[in-house]
Design a protein around this ligand. Structure first.
Ligand code: 8YV
Length: 332
């Protein structure tokens, strides 16, 4: 039988009447301010603290009405199947590859994510990584620190960034924000997506290899899922070629990583700026030995402003659900 949860004072004493706040299972800790903010409205069950997660879920199963998770840990079918009165799942993050959307659909449970609010920050990082590898920021910094500037004078010339042919793989919120920024750098922009977008002036390619062959800077912003896994593969790197630059701010799984490493090690592509990898955070050690990459620790949305907006969107989706209004950013 279900226990009646009684309202508590801040020091944990029961005050007698049942706690009316809807109960939420939080899978991974959000920022403390967001936990405090949500705790004013909801009872939060902290799954990440449970020594025995299955028993923890079972004890609360019939009372949990929402799951709060994020795009990294997501949720699996067994979790939602253990919650008979689950009504909504809210994920902090744009990516949906860790969310078992099929399982949610089977149960008719809506899922929300946080697209849009992080796009500008991820796009900023994509451009920063591209400029950084093309203008050789790492080498330039090392040139000064090692004393070579004062010993040998000016550094060797580097390629120009502006005026490039840029291929954007994926023209969602992030891809569009990248294109907008690159227009300011006089770029000629082509893109690959599942269909042409009639509202943009950029050149559409229905084939990623053709886009990579056309451009000299390929930026991946595709959303990750079964249809895009390893879509950036050896033939893509082959046609991008020794003067081609590669940037990924999407998901590691979109790239076939061994051919990327081979291409970088053998200079069959020029350089890469990478925010995402297959085995995060323990990435393939071959990346660490390369001097033609700039590595970033999956932190494209890692600005204070984006992370705040993302968690506020989680809050707003929960509020919409529990007040019977339409969800703001439903995935299914
Ligand atoms: C975050 C992300 O790392 O939105 C995504 O899909 O990968 C990133 O914004 C993550 O969601 C943080 O919760």
């Amino acid at each position: 039988m279900d226990t009646v949860v009684e309202a508590q004072t801040p020091n944990g004493q029961n005050v007698g009447s049942p706690d009316p706040r809807p109960e939420i299972l939080m899978v991974r800790p959000y920022a403390q301010w967001a936990i405090d903010m949500l705790a004013a409205t909801y009872q939060i069950h902290r799954l990440w603290e449970a020594p025995d997660p299955a028993a923890f879920v079972a004890e609360r199963a019939s009372r949990v009405r929402a799951i709060a998770t994020d795009a990294i840990i997501g949720f699996k079918a067994d979790l939602i199947d253990a919650l008979p009165n689950l009504e909504v799942i809210c994920s902090n993050g744009a990516g949906t590859d860790s969310l078992d959307l099929e399982a949610a659909k089977r149960r008719g449970i809506p899922v929300t994510n946080t697209p849009g609010v992080l796009a500008g920050d991820v796009a900023d990082l994509a451009v920063a990584l591209a400029i950084s590898v093309i203008r050789r920021m790492r080498a330039a910094d090392a040139y000064i620190r090692s004393g070579e500037w004062s010993r040998h004078g000016t550094m060797e010339f580097v390629p120009r960034f502006f005026g490039r042919r840029v291929g954007i793989a994926g023209l969602g919120h992030i891809g569009r924000a990248v294109a907008k920024r690159l227009s300011g750098f006089d770029a000629e922009i082509g893109y690959f997506d599942i269909a042409a977008r009639p509202d943009v002036p950029y050149t559409f390619f229905d084939n990623l290899v053709a886009l990579a062959n056309w451009c000299n800077l390929l930026i991946v912003t595709l959303s990750s899922g079964p249809s895009t896994q390893k879509i950036v593969n050896a033939p893509v790197f082959e046609v991008l070629g020794p003067d081609g630059y590669f940037v990924n701010v999407s998901r590691g799984f979109i790239v076939d990583e061994p051919p990327l490493l081979d291409a970088l090690e053998n200079h069959r592509i020029a350089r890469a700026g990478l925010d995402v990898f297959w085995n995060e955070p323990k990435i393939d050690a071959r990346f660490l030995a390369l001097d033609n990459v700039v590595l970033y620790p999956h932190h494209g949305s890692g600005t204070a402003e984006a992370r705040k907006a993302m968690l506020e969107l989680v809050r707003d989706n929960l509020a919409a659900h529990f007040s019977g209004r339409p969800l703001l950013t439903p995935v299914v």
